[in-house]
Design a protein around this ligand. Structure first.
Ligand code: GKR
Ligand code: MG
Length: 429
């Protein structure tokens, strides 16, 4: 067998996304993703997926050129090679990037978000070559299925744009009754038994009412509320007080480690984050100040599946819980999340996934949730196959776009509906 990388293909695509609301604005009709293929000398192709905005593409292109001649088994080298790629300084910020709701945008984190897709693609190719599933390459699964939570969003029935776009069949959800109805459909369609509501959209009292309505409709089901840092410490503490009997955790109620530490000191509701701990450099302060009780890993931010395992080990050492965050993504990323989640021993909270919101995919067969879970594939590699026609179709959409959707921009999308809209400064309430 020859594990040498002969070819690397990068395919930026645009995927349909419903009008989901968050504190920034609303999702655009199309979201960029990047599909990575790594082909070995034996003709085995491994696939990976990551964010597709231009700041990631600009790094992925020079990075991809460094890989031919390396081996797909040489996963550690992927990180050192990543360090050799220059990051445009105008893209970097050590402030939490409110724009993309993706935490700090340091050079390292941007590089890792790119490397993650190549790491997954290499592990996929290696697994296919050796006849082993990715979870086996990660040390072996400790569970046969991974639990996900329903990801509820306030949403409009339709995008405001006049441009043609895919319509979804979920309808609108802009009040507690709409959210409960959405949760019911999530449960019916996929069997989810825990629910996360994306908040920071309406005044906190409205969102408290929505969570209360969920608690009444689904007694005993774990519930989370995530306003993406839109609240002050005082508001966060009030929400925690009012919902303390029904919340599994509050996710990023306030923005940044200091504010989260203040909130944590004033409540016994656990706090989770995918905003203030998104890099290894942020862990020390957050854990020392007991600012967060659960870290939600996004394997893209953290540099892939092995780094997610390292993160889980650090969390375990400090008695901090670990679970997983998601952004708009397709089945390759869901398969990758499922493999790594299957190997993390103390995963006590269902992972997030946007996947049910995505009507399109680049796979021949979509992954399916049964009783809110995905069965961990035991077939070689990730256990999913690329559908080239679909990939080409979504790539053509990216090529045909004049750049409007090449970078995710929820604020601009909201301005189409409300020309006076600007993303609110935090804390919003
Ligand atoms: O898709 O609107 C969204 C989410 O708000 C996403 O951008 C966040 O990254 O899902 C995420 C979260 O948990 O904060
Ligand atoms: Mg979150």
């Amino acid at each position: 067998m020859d594990l040498t990388i002969k070819d690397v293909r990068l395919t930026p695509i645009l995927i349909a996304d419903p009008p989901l609301l968050n504190t920034q604005g609303v999702h655009q009709p199309y979201t960029p993703r990047l599909i990575v293929e790594v082909v070995t000398a034996d003709g085995v192709t491994g696939i990976g997926e990551t964010y597709g905005d231009s700041k990631y593409l600009d790094l992925a292109r020079p990075y991809a050129k460094k890989l031919p001649g390396r081996k797909v088994s040489d996963v550690n080298a992927l990180f050192t090679l990543g360090d050799e790629v220059d990051v445009d300084r105008s893209r970097i910020s050590d402030q939490v990037d409110v724009g993309g709701l993706r935490g700090v945008q340091t050079a390292d984190k941007l590089r890792l978000s790119v490397v993650s897709a190549f790491e997954v693609a290499c592990l996929d190719a290696l697994g296919k070559t050796l006849g082993l599933p990715v979870h086996a390459l990660l040390g072996g699964k400790v569970r046969d299925a991974v639990e996900y939570s329903a990801y509820l969003f306030y949403k409009w029935a339709d995008h405001p744009e006049a441009v043609p776009h895919e319509k979804d069949d979920w309808g609108a959800a802009i009040d507690p009754a709409g959210i409960v109805e959405q949760a019911r459909r999530f449960k019916e369609r996929y069997g989810f038994t825990s629910f996360k509501l994306k908040g920071g959209v309406f005044p906190p009292d409205d969102e408290i009412a929505a969570v209360r309505a969920l608690a009444e409709a689904f007694p005993g089901h774990p519930l989370r509320l995530d306003p993406n840092g839109a609240w002050s410490v005082e508001t966060s503490l009030r929400v925690a007080r009012e919902l303390r009997d029904v919340l599994e955790y509050l996710e990023d109620p306030a923005l940044g480690t200091s504010a989260m530490a203040e909130v944590a000191a004033g409540t016994d509701v656990p706090l989770a984050t995918n905003m203030c701990v998104t890099t290894f450099a942020e862990i020390k302060e957050a854990f020392a100040r007991d600012a967060v009780q659960v870290v939600l890993s996004d394997h893209h931010y953290w540099g892939g599946l092995r780094n997610t395992q390292h993160l889980a080990a650090i969390c375990r050492t400090f008695g901090v819980g670990v679970s997983m965050h998601s952004n708009t993504h397709l089945g390759i990323s869901l398969a990758a999340m499922t493999h790594v989640a299957a190997t993390v021993p103390d995963l006590h909270h269902a992972c997030d996934s946007h996947y049910p919101w995505q009507s399109e995919d680049v796979l021949t067969d979509r992954l399916t949730f049964t009783d809110g879970r995905i069965t961990v594939p035991d077939t070689p590699g990730l256990g999913v196959d690329l559908d080239r026609d679909r990939l080409q179709h979504l790539h053509q959409r990216w090529l045909d776009d004049n750049g409007t959707y090449h970078d995710r921009d929820d604020e601009s999308a909201m301005r189409v509906a409300d020309p006076t809209w600007t993303t609110p400064t935090v804390p919003r309430w």
